[in-house]
Ligand binder design. Sequence first.
Ligand code: RB5
Length: 142
Amino acid sequence: MKFYIATDHAGVNIKPSIIKLLENMGNEVVDLGPNNNNRVDYPDFAHKLCLKVLADEGSQGILICGTGIGMSLSANKHKGIRAALCHDAYTAIMARAHNDANVLCFGERVVGLGVAESILEGWCKTNFEGGRHAQRVEKIEL
Ligand code: RB5
């Protein structure tokens, strides 16, 4: 899988470890920044990432801020983006299986690396089930 990843200043510390985890799982990762701890606005990075995911069919996104909330709120403004805020593996698995989520959001201030790893594993190993879930996903868009 090809992933784009972006954070704000409150998600930048965990990012290198997340990239490594994703690559060790066999994924390609494109880092959209930021690359330092300067304060930035999470919507700028959420929107940048969503435009990349939408333009690159089959790719997915990872957005990390302090809580993951601002990132998920911003990302879900984009038609075609289904961003899921997941702080445990079960939610990440269900976000893929039932919601066909294409952007994973979480908070660096909420989860440690161990939990983040289980979230990523759950996300990466799970495909959308389709079937009855497909018509529900279609109804999400207004
Ligand atoms: C930044 O302090 C923080 O508000 C941001 O990272 C995020 O948690 C917002 O939802």
